[in-house]
Write a protein that binds this ligand. Structure first.
Ligand code: KIV
Length: 260
């Protein structure tokens, strides 16, 4: 049965149904995930690492996000599509951030995601008041990788955990419709999930969150490099793809393909 997700139904799933969400960066995979019933597709800035070959998410450009968002939105019939605003697209002034967020919705996104807690609450408020649904992202925020000195679990000390807890409450108050909790201790994720009325979407944050993210390339086993310990591979498409490429090259060499 087809069920078009929207911001209201996503919010209403809290406490009723756990949601397995993933990323998508093109129409081909977005269509597969959508047809398989994935409720929410994030056009993640993780595309910098999964698709574009960078070591971090920082180089991703607004044009790349817009083009990927449009492709995913064309293919996703039922899934909620969220555009992840890339580094630099909301740090250089609120008016530019608003314009970029508007462009994400014009490209077909149902909402945008911003990294940061209390420090982006002004923007979250302005965007939601302008009709742009915002998914917040607290804990380990990959666009701050230079500040952390690597992709490291955050919130391990009492003080750091309290700051992340306060960030989650602040983004809810500012109007975010959901909050991503990335790489935080699972007891902290559980406390936040109990304290906020909006859904929490965990990634490396334990099982208690209302929903989960798993980056598509990790989920499908397309990523042959380092994967975080929390990742579960549901397929090994890298092996499948390499074996198909190998057989194709061999068959052309042997004259077995194409046939007359
Ligand atoms: O870009 C990304 O993949 C993310 C994750 C939290 C899913 O932001």
């Amino acid at each position: 049965m087809s069920k078009k997700w929207n911001i209201a139904s996503f919010r209403a799933a809290k406490g009723v149904r756990k949601l397995g969400c993933t990323t998508a960066y093109d129409a081909a995979f977005a269509r597969l995930a959508d047809e398989a019933g994935v409720p929410c597709l994030l056009v993640g800035d993780s595309m910098g690492m999964t698709m574009l070959g960078y070591d971090t998410t920082l180089p991703v450009k607004m044009e790349e996000t817009l083009s990927a968002t449009a492709a995913v939105a064309r293919a996703a019939k039922d899934a909620l599509v969220i555009a992840d605003m890339p580094f630099g697209s909301y740090q250089c002034g609120d008016d530019l951030a608003m314009k970029n967020a508007v462009d994400c919705l014009k490209a077909g996104a149902d909402g945008v995601k911003l990294e940061g807690g209390a420090r982006v609450c002004g923007l979250i408020k302005r965007m939601t008041e302008a009709g742009i649904p915002v998914l917040a992202h607290v804990g380990m925020t990959p666009q701050s990788v230079n500040e952390y000195g690597g992709f490291k679990v955050q919130g391990k000390t009492r003080e750091a955990a309290d700051a992340i807890f306060a960030d989650a409450l602040a983004v809810e108050k500012a109007g975010a419709f959901a909050v991503t909790l990335e790489c935080v201790p699972s007891d902290l994720a559980a406390q936040i999930t109990a304290a906020v009325k909006i859904p929490t979407i965990g990634i490396g944050a334990g099982p208690v969150c209302d929903a989960q993210w798993l980056v598509m390339h990790d989920l499908l086993g397309l990523n042959e490099g380092h994967v975080p310990a929390f990742v579960k591979k549901y397929a090994n498409l890298a092996e499948e793809a390499k074996s198909a490429f190998r057989r194709y090259v061999e068959e052309v060499e042997k004259g077995e393909f194409p046939q007359k």
